[in-house]
Structures are given as structure tokens and as C-alpha cells.
Write a protein that binds this ligand. Structure first.
Ligand SMILES: [Zn+2]
Length: 244
């Protein structure tokens, strides 16, 4: 199966720095992040915006990405709002941009990394590209559903719902059936599921979450750990005495 080459375009100031190494190293049989481009200075939006709150329209994003080429998929990431307050604009058969405005704060408040959110969106686009030939077609609504099911293709009309489908998103039965009805290699679904299972918290964040959710259990583990260290030290001391 041909791996899709994905170019990330970091557009404007992102507020939170991204772990680009992690994104580049994400191992997938379906895609690879082959290049990361940076647009430091963004053009002004072409419509009137509030003085203190800038927002971009679909045509602004289309214009921004028009000269970016050289990959099978191009995904812009920016931290300014889109005018309709949604978070993804698809502007060409292989180009899209996500706005992480507000979503970044929401994710970080729940210890979900922005990198995971970017990976999840890339995987969604990879499925569109592989099964529909284009990411910019109304056919994507064969997958996308308004109901939140924890699925890769939840619409997330309410941005808050990204919390339910950013980490280890599932493929609901409807979406699985859609993929199976397309002309894709037999192992496509298997590779897709593997990729989704890798969108997870780092080990340290998992431990932190466990401690937060089960404070008493954490105290118990700490006490038991201390007790075991004490016993081990005592045993070692006794053994040394026997050997003297
Ligand atoms: Zn679904």
C-alpha cells in the first residue's frame, strides 16, 4: 500500500509549541509526515473582523494554502478562529486546514495533547483520500455523522466533543461498513485501527491521570512500595551480616 506523504503547514503564532519530533516519528503504514513548513506572517483576512478578534474565512484559507504543494496531503494548523466557528476547512482535493483556537485550551485542560488532535485529523483525511480520492468532496458525509460516538468521524459541531474522540477514537459500525464498501487494500482497516490505537497519552500523563482519578489507590501503592523497599533493604542487610 502506498504511504501518503503529508506536509504540515504551521500557520502563524500557535500559542503552544508542538512536539514536532513526535509528529514526524509517528509510525503508520498509511502515511508519513514528510515535511513541516512554517508560515510566519499571515495575510490579513479579506473580510471585516472585530478589531481584537481575528478570524479567517474559507477563501482566506484557500488563498493561504494555494501556493503550498509537494505532498499527497497538506494540512495547515493555525490558532485563529474560522468565521463559522468550525475547526476544519477543506480547500482542495488534498488540502485542508484546522483551527486549534479554543480547542488547544480545552485539550490541554484534560491532558490531551494537541499533537494527538493533529494526528487524528490527519488520519481522518487519509481515509477520505484513500477511499474517496479527494478530501474536498461532499462524499465525506458518507462518513461524518452529527452524533458523537467517540468515532473518528464524529462531526464535533460542539467543539467540546473533541474530548470524546481525540484519544483512541473508535470506528463505529456505520463507518467501518463504509470503509469496507470501498475499493481499498484488504489490510487497510487493520492498519487504520492500529494507527488509532496509538493516539494515546504519554506514560507520564497516564500515571498523572490515574493519580488524579484514584488518589487513595495512589497512596496505597506508595505505602506498599515503601514497605517493599524496607523489606528488601532489611533482607540485603541480613545477607551481608551472614556473609561477614
Ligand atoms: Zn462513525
Amino acid at each position: 500500500m502506498k504511504k501518503l506523504k503529508v506536509k504540515l503547514v504551521l500557520a502563524g503564532h500557535l500559542r503552544n509549541s508542538l512536539n514536532l519530533q513526535r509528529l514526524r516519528k509517528f509510525k503508520s503504514r498509511l502515511f508519513t509526515i514528510s515535511e513541516i513548513e512554517v508560515i510566519n506572517v499571515l495575510s490579513e483576512p479579506q473580510h471585516d473582523t472585530e478589531f481584537l478578534s481575528i478570524s479567517y474565512s474559507h477563501s482566506d484559507i484557500d488563498l493561504m494554502l494555494r501556493s503550498v504543494n509537494g505532498a499527497d496531503l497538506i494540512l495547515g494548523v493555525m490558532n485563529y478562529r474560522f468565521i463559522d466557528n468550525f475547526y476544519m476547512y477543506r480547500t482542495a482535493s488534498n488540502k485542508a486546514c484546522i483551527s486549534i483556537s479554543d480547542i488547544d485550551r480545552l485539550l490541554l485542560a484534560y491532558d490531551i495533547s494537541i499533537e494527538n488532535f493533529i494526528l487524528k485529523n490527519i488520519i481522518e483525511l487519509v481515509v477520505f483520500k484513500n477511499t474517496l480520492g479527494s478530501i474536498n468532496t461532499k462524499d465525506v458525509y458518507q462518513y461524518v455523522h452529527r452524533e458523537t460516538r467517540g468515532c473518528l468521524f464524529d462531526m464535533n459541531g460542539d467543539k467540546q466533543d473533541v474530548l470524546y474522540n481525540t484519544e483512541q477514537p473508535i470506528l463505529c459500525n456505520h463507518c467501518k461498513a463504509q470503509i469496507n464498501s470501498k475499493n481499498v487494500p484488504s489490510d487497510f482497516l487493520e492498519h487504520l485501527k492500529k494507527d488509532l490505537s496509538k493516539i494515546t497519552k504519554s506514560r507520564i500523563l497516564k500515571i498523572e491521570e490515574l493519580i488524579r482519578k484514584h488518589p487513595l489507590l495512589s497512596v496505597l501503592i506508595a505505602l506498599l512500595g515503601g514497605l517493599l523497599i524496607n523489606i528488601a533493604t532489611q533482607l540485603a542487610f541480613n545477607l551481608m551480616k551472614l556473609n561477614v
